[in-house]
Structure formats: structure tokens, C-alpha cells
Design a binder for this molecule. Structure first.
Ligand SMILES: *[C@@H]1O[C@H](CO)[C@@H](O)[C@H](O)[C@H]1NC(C)=O
Ligand SMILES: *[C@@H]1O[C@H](CO)[C@@H](O)[C@H](O)[C@H]1NC(C)=O
Length: 376
């Protein structure tokens, strides 16, 4: 006969086996719920001084032959939206770009129409994003955002403007996006599936349905608006052959609460934040041959290093995919001040461009002059 002790042991062991079995059987749903709850876990940076923060160094170039890869990494929720010392100036530039009043662009150029996008289908996703962003910024940066006692409004202590904390107080997608654009430095785009358009080419993909994209690097965002993902990347060389399938698979499998990041970089010979007609070789007239610019004729104070830090997440309620894009634009002289390792890595990356990428980035023109400058 078993004594009590043995009996209890057997019962406990059985419970453990059943528990482990169920644990292994857990469907992705349970994991998904766990990740959802992670969205609440941003940590306040208590003594944050926004104009003294150390800006991130976005130097994602690699030495050697160019390879188009997804190049994605997981990111902590904590590192999603950033405030750095350039915040106020960048918000001012953005407001002027999206309001057609930036001095860098000719009067009459409709930048607003090229940078600010809303659709009816995206209304709920805009509300959801608004609530998440306001909560995120005010939780993470309590020294920059002040919530009133009733928890109805939030004041941005850097710009001195006050906004509703919850989208339901406004419910106007245009105004909500305006406020989002004034609160975060990052550009953002909202992607949704569009069941009505499934029969179109690439129609089962996510579509660009809303957002504010003020800092375009060599294309007019308007041409991508309301288009599927594949078109959004058009005409990145090798995208369709090398990346399209894995990108789409990745997007469909993304789980709310996950954050993913990728960064890219380029060089431009001017200081403009929004550019739809230069930077990229495909904007040049047909048959145009790019010629290497003469090193001695270059005004290097105008040459800038540009990097984009993209972060991707899926919203729990509407399942919208949100891209935030943070743009760094630095005089090349700043990169030249970096360590020798950084300079050599950049030179190695430029020299490693394949001909299609070199033409796409217009490096046939600036490549050798920039390398010479970095080597000096
Ligand atoms: C932007 O333009 C809109 C409409 O033209 C105007 O109502 C708004 O006040 C402008 N915003 C700023 C900050 O100038
Ligand atoms: C980064 O990649 C996007 C496409 O994902 C492209 O539109 C953009 O121009 C690139 N930016 C730079 C700085 O190369």
C-alpha cells in the first residue's frame, strides 16, 4: 500500500505532467496576450533633460559588398519614440513642411498634399495610435509632459502646447494626426489590409492608409499613399526579387507588442529634410549618365549624411501596422570626426555598392569625392 507521502507525491507529479503538457500545447494566442500586456511597461526616465540627452548614433553601414537584407532587429518598447536635443527644431521644420510654409521650398509647392494622409478606413487605427503615443510619451518623459489631475489633458512642456490625453475627446482623425505630428519627432505611417482590394496586384498586402511623412528622402510620399507594401518600396533595387516575400510574411506574422527596427543610410549633397526630386537616381531623366563630381568643386559644408531609423509595430486592437521613421541628417564633417573604424567602415560600404545600388543612391556622382574627403 502507498503511504500518504507517496500518494501526495504521485498526485503532484501528475499535476506537473498535465501542466507541462498544457503548457506545450499553448496556442500562439496566449503568447500574444502576454505581449499585449507588455505595451504597458514603459519606464519613466525620472530626471530626463531633453536638451542634454545624448543623441543616438545611427551608423548602420557595413564594410564590404552590398547585400540587400531585411536587416531587422528586435527593439525594446522603451526605445521606440525618442526625444533628443534636436526635437524642437525638427518639430518646427516638420510643421512648416506639412503646412506649406517652409522657407526651403518654393511657394506654391503643395507639400501638405505630399506629406499628410488620412483615410476613413484608418480612423480607428489613428485613434488607437494617438492613445498609445500620448500614454507612451507622458509615461516615459514625465519631465517633458505633464498630465492634469483629472487625466484629461497632457501639456508638452517643451512646446507649451496642451492636448487631450484620449482620442475620444476629439474623434477627428485629421486633428488627431496633426497633434501626433506635433508630439513626436518621428514620421509615421499606418498600414492596414484592404479586403475590398484583394483582387488587385499585391492586393492582399498591407496598404499605406494614413500618416504624416514630412521627411521623405527622394520620393513623393503621395505616390505611395493607398498603395500596397510592395509599391511602397518601389523602386528599391532587388526588393521584388530578394525581399518581397519575406517582408510580407514577416508583416503578416507580426504580433502586437513586438517592436522591430531597421536602419538605412545615404549621403546627400544638400541639407533638405524633405526631398522628392533628388537623392535618388531614379528621379533623374531617362538616359542621364551620372558623372563623378570633381572633389575640388565640392562644397563639403553642404554634403550630409542621412540615416533613417524605422521602427515597426502592430497595434493590438485594430491590428494596424505602424512604421515610425526617425531621420538623422548630419553634416558629413560630423561623421569625419568619428573614429577611424567608423570612417573606414563607411568608405568600405560605399566602395562595396553594387552598380544598381550605386546608381540608385547616386553614389556614382558623390562616391569617390566623399571617400576622398573621409580619408583625408
Ligand atoms: C497650419 O495650417 C492650418 C490650415 O491652413 C492652420 O489652421 C494652422 O494654424 C497652421 N498651423 C501652424 C502651426 O501654423
Ligand atoms: C531608407 O529606406 C526607405 C525604404 O524603406 C527609402 O524610402 C529611404 O529613402 C531610405 N533612406 C535613406 C536615407 O537611404
Amino acid at each position: 500500500m502507498l503511504n500518504n507521502y507517496q500518494l501526495v507525491s504521485i498526485i503532484l507529479a501528475s499535476v506537473l505532467v498535465v501542466y507541462l503538457f498544457n503548457y506545450k500545447q499553448q496556442k500562439p494566442k496566449a503568447i500574444k496576450q502576454k505581449l499585449d500586456s507588455r505595451t504597458g511597461l514603459v519606464t519613466p526616465i525620472k530626471d530626463f533633460e531633453w536638451n542634454r540627452a545624448e543623441p543616438l548614433k545611427s551608423l548602420p553601414f557595413k564594410k564590404g559588398p552590398y547585400k540587400l537584407t531585411m536587416g531587422i532587429k528586435r527593439l525594446d518598447l522603451q526605445d521606440w519614440l525618442l526625444i533628443e536635443p534636436g526635437y524642437l527644431q525638427r518639430l518646427t521644420d516638420k510643421k512648416n513642411i506639412i503646412n506649406n510654409s517652409h522657407p526651403d521650398y518654393p511657394q506654391g509647392k503643395d507639400l501638405r498634399g505630399s506629406t499628410f494622409f488620412v483615410t476613413q478606413e484608418a480612423h480607428s487605427a489613428i485613434c488607437e495610435l494617438y492613445d498609445i503615443v500620448m500614454d507612451y510619451m507622458s509615461t516615459k518623459y514625465p519631465t517633458c509632459f505633464e498630465i492634469d489631475d483629472k487625466r484629461l489633458n497632457v501639456k508638452n512642456l517643451i512646446t507649451q502646447k496642451t492636448y487631450p490625453l484620449h482620442s475620444k475627446a476629439l474623434n477627428d482623425p485629421v486633428v488627431l494626426q496633426e497633434y501626433l505630428a506635433e508630439t513626436i519627432e518621428e514620421d509615421f505611417i499606418i498600414l492596414l489590409k484592404d479586403p475590398k482590394r484583394e483582387n488587385e496586384e499585391n492586393g492582399k498586402e498591407y496598404f499605406f492608409k494614413a500618416g504624416v511623412f514630412a521627411f521623405a528622402a527622394g520620393f513623393n510620399p503621395k505616390e505611395r499613399f493607398n498603395k500596397p507594401l510592395t509599391y511602397i518600396h518601389h523602386p528599391v533595387p532587388q526588393y521584388e526579387t530578394k525581399l518581397k516575400t519575406s517582408m510580407n510574411r514577416y508583416f503578416s506574422r507580426m504580433v502586437p507588442g513586438q517592436f522591430i527596427t531597421r536602419s538605412n543610410w545615404s549621403i546627400q549633397t544638400h541639407n533638405k529634410l524633405y526631398t522628392d526630386d533628388s537623392n535618388k537616381g531614379h528621379n533623374l531623366p531617362k538616359g542621364y549618365t551620372q558623372h563623378a563630381i570633381d572633389y575640388n568643386s565640392v562644397d563639403f559644408s553642404q554634403v550630409h549624411y542621412r540615416s533613417e531609423r524605422q521602427v515597426l509595430t502592430k497595434l493590438p486592437k485594430t491590428q494596424a501596422i505602424v512604421f515610425t521613421i526617425r531621420t538623422y541628417l548630419l553634416p558629413l564633417a560630423e561623421i569625419k570626426k568619428e573614429s577611424r573604424e567608423v570612417r573606414e567602415r563607411l568608405i568600405g560600404a560605399i566602395e562595396g555598392f553594387t552598380p544598381d545600388i550605386s546608381a540608385y543612391k547616386r553614389a556614382d556622382e558623390w562616391g569617390s569625392a566623399v571617400c576622398q574627403y573621409l580619408r583625408e
